[in-house]
Ligand binder design. Structure first.
Ligand code: BGC
Length: 505
């Protein structure tokens, strides 16, 4: 137990658990959007309506396996969401600071609802893209506000696990989307409308949830509502003696308010270590190749020779593995530590990507397909890959950036992490099918090379943050790290952050 933990008594109240779950529906929305597009783009009715050329190519007997889905517009259907999320996450960070987490989550749900309705009713490609943009704005707002909300109302000693609740709901969302796609596949000709429209259900849950949840004490204090902040803290902690934690929130918020331009402060040399780590973790997270699988698993499985429903069934299996393995992370993250989980996963993911690449290289040529055994082996490797991602880079890509910034740059720094995630998710979504067409099996070696590089990055540059209270991160972690300590001295930014952070301990 940390000193911080001992200082702040708390009980886990029913109300706070309800708040976590309701807010985590933001993660479920994000996951549903990730999981739904792959299955929908593999449905013939959908292709016939919006992408007839792709459908024709798919039906063509002597088709090139690796290229049947290579179409910029089809990829735009998937990727436009992430571009919108990228742009909106910066606005979301401002709304979050100025109006609070609760209204930001409410706004997210409104965008989600609009997007779900429009995509289910879409008559042409443009309606579909506009719907994706609305959903993307929802993701931008939700992904900025929900992890912050969860961390701020969690008792300190449960912050890691509560934060991973977001990722857990992301994986549940992906799984549900796969399940829905499996069910709607045979609903001709409008199964895809049902798949896209059902996103409205979690959106409504999030909307109702955002009206029930509390505003966080930190956000209330930050906006001058100290009394309400104190009352809320008592309510969510379930105890009366909250004064020491409340004083800490007031102190941290005063220090944060002194920093008038968090984005400028973020550009100072002393802010570089958490900024570089936050951005690189997200870039690397995407270059593991996870979303090549999450978005395009059904397409990928068809590529190796599965029929439509067998492909969707296989996605369901990977979805289940994803949810269950995330639970491992909830348990392990504060015991085994971040570095070990990330490094172990690099080894497992490297082996899987290389083996998938090798099998496809040797056995899958342009116009034939794999044998049943070979295809089953590929699915097994995909599962092993997803498993290791789910207990490491998946949750930790979100957790580490949320715990390594000092308070004065936390929302701004986190916005950079969110937008980097969105940018590279967009790049993978937009480029994967074309890359698969041109690089063929080597695409998997491409991801393996990135995984090797990210292993080295973790080994030499990522400090362990397990059990380190957030407000002593600068002194205990950054100033002690052989590489990053050089950034903590010498410029104006570090001079101001030095007393700031020691003051907060
Ligand atoms: C990533 C998503 C990914 C998901 C898979 C998340 O952490 O940000 O891009 O699709 O994990 O579970």
């Amino acid at each position: 137990m940390t000193a911080e933990t001992e200082d702040y008594p708390s009980k886990i109240t029913l109300y706070v658990v309800v708040c976590w779950i309701l807010a985590a529906f933001g993660g479920l929305m994000f996951g549903y959007d990730i999981g739904i597009s792959g299955g929908v783009t593999a449905m013939d009715d959908f292709l016939i309506k919006f992408f007839p050329k792709v459908h024709e190519r798919k039906m063509h007997a002597k088709e090139n396996n690796y290229c049947k889905y290579d179409d910029q517009n089809l990829q735009l259907f998937t990727s436009s969401l992430y571009l919108a999320a990228l742009v909106s996450s910066f606005t979301a960070s401002k709304v979050c600071t100025k109006f609070g987490r609760k209204p930001t989550i409410l706004l997210a749900s409104a965008f989600f609802l609009g997007g779900a309705a429009l995509s289910a009713a879409a008559q042409n490609l443009w309606m579909l893209i506009i719907a994706r943009i609305l959903l993307g704005i929802g993701v931008g707002f939700g992904n900025e506000a929900v992890p912050l909300f969860l961390s701020e109302i969690a008792p300190v000693q449960h912050r890691g696990a509560v934060n991973i609740l977001f990722q857990l709901f992301v994986t549940i969302g992906i799984f549900l989307a796969n399940l829905v796609n499996y069910g709607t596949l045979k609903m001709h000709p409008y199964g895809w409308r049902v798949s896209l429209g059902l996103a409205g259900v979690p959106a409504i849950m999030l909307c109702i949830g955002s009206l029930i949840i509390t505003e966080t004490p930190a956000s209330l204090v930050e906006r001058g509502k100290e009394l309400a902040g104190h009352k809320t803290l008592k309510k969510i902690r379930g105890v009366d003696e909250v004064d020491s934690e409340f004083d800490q929130i007031v102190r941290a918020s005063k220090i944060a308010q002194e920093v008038k331009h968090p984005f400028k402060k973020l550009m100072k040399r002393s802010s570089m270590p958490p900024l570089i780590i936050g951005i690189m973790l997200q870039v690397f997270q995407q270059f593991t190749g996870i979303n090549a699988i999450m978005f395009y698993a059904p397409v990928l499985f068809q590529t190796v020779g599965f029929k439509n429903d067998a492909s969707l069934l296989s996605s369901l299996i990977t979805g289940t593995v994803n949810v269950l393995s995330t639970l491992v992370s909830v348990y392990a993250v504060d015991k085994i530590g971040r570095r070990k989980l990330l490094l172990q996963a690099c080894i497992q993911m490297f082996i899987c990507q290389t083996a998938i690449g090798a099998i496809l290289l040797v056995h899958l040529h342009s116009t034939d397909s794999l044998t049943k055994m070979q295809a089953a082996f590929v699915v097994t490797l995909v599962c092993l890959f997803v498993m290791s991602f789910a207990w490491s880079w998946g949750p930790l890509g979100w957790l580490i950036p949320s715990e390594t910034f000092p308070l004065e740059t936390r929302t701004a720094g986190f916005a950079f992490a969110v937008s980097s995630n969105m940018l590279f998710t967009f790049i993978i979504a937009q480029a994967f099918l074309s890359m698969m067409c041109h690089l063929r099996a080597s695409i998997f070696f491409f991801f393996a090379a990135w995984i090797f590089a990210m292993g080295l990055f973790v080994l030499f540059l990522l400090p362990e943050t397990k059990n380190v209270p957030i407000d002593v991160m600068v002194d205990r972690v950054w100033k002690k790290h052989p590489v990053w300590k050089r950034f903590m001295v010498g410029d104006g930014g570090s001079l101001s952050s030095k007393p700031t952070n020691s003051e907060k301990i």
